[in-house]
Design a protein around this ligand. Structure first.
Ligand SMILES: [Zn+2]
Length: 320
């Protein structure tokens, strides 16, 4: 169920201009304007959803949203009819338990936490229970109008004041941003002292989402991305079984270009390889599987200390 976040009462006081980070004000019901007289940027509000994009810096344009152009290739993929009737190649073995821990840590630090979800237009895998928690306010941002989108923003320029969130979530997001380090820096900025971050990011996965897919991370690469955070936990949520199933599907897809044929191949791959993901129940906590994970998570706490490169390599968890 969507939490009742009111734009004027709850959001506006903490919103900032995505370009210059100055305070913003409503102009009528349909616009938000930057209060900095040297900036004076204005941003549309569409059906109560503000569109706060730093246009010169972003791959998205405000016009994409005012014209309701579909910016969400991934949403389309997830909603595809095949997905409703067939077994999938994917499975996430950790997110539900990890979100429960995220909530536990959050409530140990503050009684009414505020959490920003990046890529929260639709409910993330395993996130349902956390979203229903009565004491936590979730603000769900995305680059598309999903059923839960509270505001449209680009994670490269998060339009909120400094240190306003107790937690930030980015599940399957950081591969879809052009500059992940800058996005994590923004997440760091909007977090309170000791604020929590939870991220899930692919390692061994093929390109998904077409033009909106840029980067993959090893476990150490992902840890380095969050170098300004202390680690609470990290590991794999999608294992080598899923990675193999995806590889098989994309290997088969490499032979065909026609859209209809690609649909048929996806169907064939799902029916013949869905079972591979079940091996991940055996492999998800094994060192020997770490370097072949399909996806990795990081749960951490904002820190004053930056993880050095030398300390980083001590954290290697695979089996050489
Ligand atoms: Zn501004």
């Amino acid at each position: 169920m969507k939490k009742n976040i009111q734009l004027k009462k709850d959001l506006l006081p903490i919103l900032r201009c995505p370009i210059c980070k100055s305070k913003v004000a409503m102009v009528g019901e349909d616009y938000i304007k930057c209060s900095n007289y040297e900036c004076t940027a204005s941003f549309p509000v569409i059906n109560d959803v503000p569109v706060l994009i730093n246009e010169p810096e972003s791959i998205f344009r405000i016009q994409d949203f005012t014209l309701k152009k579909d910016t969400y290739v991934l949403g389309e993929l997830r909603a595809h009819w095949l997905g409703k009737f067939l077994p999938t190649l994917s499975q996430n073995l950790k997110s539900k338990a990890n979100y429960a821990r995220f909530v536990e840590h959050l409530l140990a630090q503050t009684s009414n936490p505020k959490v920003l979800i990046i890529g929260g237009g639709i409910v993330g895998i395993g996130l349902n229970n956390a979203l229903d928690h009565p004491d936590i306010t979730f603000i769900e941002s995305d680059v598309a109008f999903g059923p839960r989108t509270t505001l449209i923003c680009d994670a490269h320029d998060i339009p909120f004041e400094d240190m306003v969130f107790d937690g930030v979530i980015a599940q399957a997001v950081l591969e879809h941003v052009v500059d992940p380090a800058r996005c994590v820096q923004e997440m760091f900025r909007v977090l309170t002292k000791q604020g929590l971050v939870y991220a899930e990011t692919p390692f061994m996965q093929q390109v998904h989402g077409g033009i909106y897919d840029f980067t993959r991370f090893t476990h150490l690469g992902h840890r380095h991305l969050f170098k300004q955070f202390d680690e609470i936990d990290s590991g794999m949520q999608n294992g080598p079984g899923m990675a193999l199933a995806w590889s098989y599907e994309y290997f088969l897809l490499s032979f065909v270009e026609a859209p209809f044929m690609r649909k048929l191949v996806r169907l064939f791959a799902r029916l013949t390889a869905f079972w591979l993901k079940y091996f991940d129940y055996l492999l998800v906590d094994k060192r020997s599987a770490f370097d072949a994970a399909s996806g990795l998570y990081f749960l951490g706490r904002k820190s004053d200390h930056i993880l050095s490169h030398r300390d980083l390599i001590r954290l290697y968890r695979g089996a050489l």
